[in-house]
Design a protein around this ligand. Structure first.
Ligand SMILES: [Zn+2]
Length: 418
């Protein structure tokens, strides 16, 4: 999307207001639960928003419908968390460094096509903004999200396409297992391996340089107790741009792979999402700082770990259009087990790349062997691991037994949050 300077400035403000609103509303709900074991719903929170709009000009500047949509999104995040079939965890605060985004319901906007390549979307308060018509809409517009990812502005439309999931897949009973490979990003039980690099070594060095520079600037700023300098801001924007590019490439690869698999197979089986293992990898600890420890051998795995959750989502979305069924299998021992005789031993793994069975002598690519195990494994009833479910249940004690109305004392406490 190509907004003018003043349009971009205003939408940037809205993006930050939306983040503030989401975080404040989340805090409200947590507060209401901790204090009174009460659950605030969208309706109640929309009423608070109306009050806040009277008090603060910068809240009032955000189109009312966008604010309400933010509150609905938070409510959906809560419902996903409470849903045992959904893999989402508890809603978390949106960070300042996250992508800016402003939601609009369909009736607040109008979309017009100018020619083959360009369109105009009319947004409340800022008017028409030109955008590249990058793909056919394929239906009627239900809503829009305007966002800024550090590189450029985007507008995405939610479409009612009237597409229904086919009863049977075109490739009737074809089944494939997919594993996150060590040598390559994705290994399939049919022997194919897909990989893509998201950065060049030069780009990685460049990013590391920028990050250390930003670190030095931040230390110096703290020491002086000064405000963030324009130079520091420029470096930060450069880092954001570089990271956004990597993210976009990963996203593109993940979507491409999910699309292909769903078209080619009636059943796609993947390892169950282990949220805890994933966060452990990303964070690491002081003695084992995740990333550098697994560097060489686990590089590709580490790269896709970040996209694995997205890959699951992409598969689910594509599957709705093709009629593919996505099966989740427990991830344990898939890389140690021989896919021919079932002998399971960690020494079967000859090297990172080669699997050699200690019992029957079967030799194969280690990632493909694991993918075959995933294909042949029994499916888990729930997409979550037992540990994740227990963890969730503990936290979901925040789930209300019944819907209760917040009382006045509570409201006083809540209004203090604004
Ligand atoms: Zn064997």
């Amino acid at each position: 999307m190509y907004p003018a300077h003043d349009q971009a400035d205003r939408m940037t403000g809205w993006g930050h207001t939306c983040r503030w609103l989401y975080n404040t509303a989340l805090e409200q709900r947590q507060f209401a639960w901790q204090q009174r074991k009460a659950t605030l719903g969208v309706t109640a929170q929309c009423a608070y928003l109306t009050e806040a709009r009277k008090d603060f000009d910068w809240v009032a500047d955000l189109p009312a419908q966008s604010g309400q949509q933010v509150l609905r999104n938070l409510d959906q995040a809560y419902r996903n968390w409470w849903n045992p079939q959904h893999s989402a965890g508890a809603p978390t605060r949106k960070r300042k460094s996250a992508r800016l985004s402003v939601p609009f319901p369909g009736q607040a906007i109008a979309v017009r096509r100018l020619n083959r390549r360009w369109g105009v979307v009319s947004l409340p308060k800022v008017g028409g903004v030109k955008f590249r018509w990058s793909r056919p809409l394929g239906g009627s517009v239900r809503n829009a999200v305007v966002s800024f990812d550090g590189v450029a502005w985007h507008v995405g439309f939610g479409i009612h396409a009237g597409v229904t999931t086919p009863e049977a897949h075109a490739q009737l009973d074809r089944v494939v297992g997919v594993d996150r490979g060590v040598k390559v990003a994705l290994a399939m039980s049919d022997g194919r391996m897909w990989n893509r690099t998201f950065t060049t070594p030069g780009q990685e060095r460049q990013l590391a340089r920028l990050k250390s520079k930003a670190g030095r600037q931040e230390t110096a700023r703290r020491r002086r107790g000064a405000r963030t300098s324009n130079r520091a801001r420029k470096i930060r924007a450069e880092i954001a741009r570089a990271e956004a590019k990597v993210r976009n490439r990963r996203r593109d690869f993940v979507m491409w792979a999910a699309n292909r698999l769903c078209h080619q197979y009636a059943v796609v089986k993947i390892e169950r999402l282990d949220i805890q293992a994933m966060t452990a990898t990303a964070k690491g600890s002081i003695t084992e700082p995740g990333r550098s420890v697994r560097q060489k051998a686990g590089l590709n795995r580490a790269i896709l770990d970040k996209g694995w959750g997205l890959f699951h989502t992409a598969l689910d979305n594509k599957a709705r259009a093709t009629g593919t069924r996505i099966g989740r299998v427990p991830a344990a021992y898939t890389s140690w087990r021989c896919s021919r005789c079932g002998y399971t031993d960690r020494d079967n793994r000859d090297s990172q790349a080669v699997f050699r069975c200690g019992s029957c002598g079967y030799e194969a690519n280690a990632d493909v062997n694991a993918a075959i195990n995933v294909r042949d494994a029994a499916e888990a009833a729930s997409p979550l691991t037992g540990r994740a479910v227990r963890d969730r249940n503990r936290k979901a004690s925040c789930r209300p037994p019944t819907q209760r109305r917040p009382n006045t004392a509570l409201e006083t406490g809540i209004s203090r949050l604004f």
